[in-house]
Every structure is written in C-alpha cells, then in structure tokens.
Design a protein around this ligand. Sequence first.
Ligand code: PGA
Length: 255
Amino acid sequence: MSKRNIIIAGNWKMNNGINEAKEFVLNLTEAVSLSGRVKAIICPQAPLLHTMVKYKNKNLLIGAQNMHYLDHGAYTGEISPALLSELGVTHVIIGHSERRQYYNETNQSVNLKLKTALDFHLTPIFCLGENLDQRERQETNAHLTTQLDEGLQGIAKDDVLNLQIAYEPIWAIGTGKTATNELANETISFIRQHLAALYGKEISEKIIILYGGSVSPKNLEGLLQQSDIDGALVGGASLTSDSFIKMLEIAKTIK
Ligand code: PGA
C-alpha cells in the first residue's frame, strides 16, 4: 500500500471565467471535506488566480499553468513566480505538452522554470510524455529519460521531493483515449525507476507521480488503484464542480 498523497489536480487551460470560478469554489466548499492523503488543486487562467485564492477554503490549493523562469523584468505578457508566491498560489504546472507544442518550451526552459519555482517555494507539476509516433516506434522510455535528465538537471536530492511529476501521453490528452491502467502504471513505474537511478530508491519512492490524459470520474478509480499512480492531472473533466467533486470522492475511497 502506498503512503504517498493522492492528488487530484485540475488544469482548466483557457476555460472558465469569474462566475464559473466563484461557483466552483462555493460548490466545492459546501460539498467536500478533505483530510488525510487526498489533496485537490485547481490551476485556472492567470487572471483568476487572485479570486480563487481569496474565495477558496482549506480543501483546495491553487496552481498556475505557467510562469517565467525570472522573477521580474521587461517580459511583456509573462507571469512572475515572485508574484505567484505573493498571491498565495502554491503550485505551478511546468512543461505541459501544449506549452511545449505551441510556445516553444524546451527541456532547457522547463529546467530553468523548475529551479525557479522551487526557489520560490512553489510546487512544480512537471509534465512529460510521448507523442503517438514515439509510442508506436517504442521510443517512449528513451524520450521520457531525456525529458527527465534534461528537465531535472542540477536539481538536488533535497529539492526534488518538492516537485510533482505528471506523466501525460500526448495522444491521450483531450482525445478521450486514456492509456489503459496497466500501460499508465507501467510507464510511471519506468519514470520512478529512472528517478531511482538519478536520486536513489528511497527518494524515488516518495515522489508524487500523476497520470494525465482524458481522466474522468469514469476511469479514475482504476488508475488510482495502480501501484505507482498517485493521482491525476485532469483537463476537461475538471471544469465543472460536479465532475471534480466526484473525482475527489473516488480518491477518498482509495486505500
Ligand atoms: P484532458 O487534459 O484531461 O482534457 O485530456 C489533461 C491535460 O492536458 O492536463
């Protein structure tokens, strides 16, 4: 039995406005009481962070979807990690495949951002995963190894425990095609083994690793029952409180 926390993290992407955010937080506050290992995180669009931090209760943590690797300067349109920290944001998604695909994020920029986030005591949710071509050519493990090696370069043992990893196969994101429980677990076990090679087994056993890609209340339980999966990074199914609350209730039943 795993003693690691169970994380249900919602990535709202470029969806939900002020009214939806307020209603979501209100519904969650009324319906859910979390204690113990289950933690809930919502990552809204940046202009909503302040409102959500203000209205949330202790059951909910708030994360950003991106940040710059510097804390201030002439970078029009960017988000300062110092400001995120000041706002009371606790988590930040780094290296999501959509950022890598549409905004030229590389393993090197991801590495800089991970280090800065840790410096500001923000918990990074470090995303990695292969595309369909890589999966079909059996290049998944090699690809994940590079993403881990380059993304985590220079991050010390003491710091790596303060980050979380989200394994998100690109072919499963927003497509309705979830990886099977076995495939998701097998790949996450590989990630954990590689973390053991980098940081030692004791540390690798403590690192939180989430699965992401078309997770919903329908398939969450089977995923959470797997030995190496510690939660989910959820896009579409995190947008309404109904569906998000269902997932938290499922997570609470996991032993
Ligand atoms: P999805 O998105 O759940 O809508 O597939 C997951 C993600 O991109 O984090």
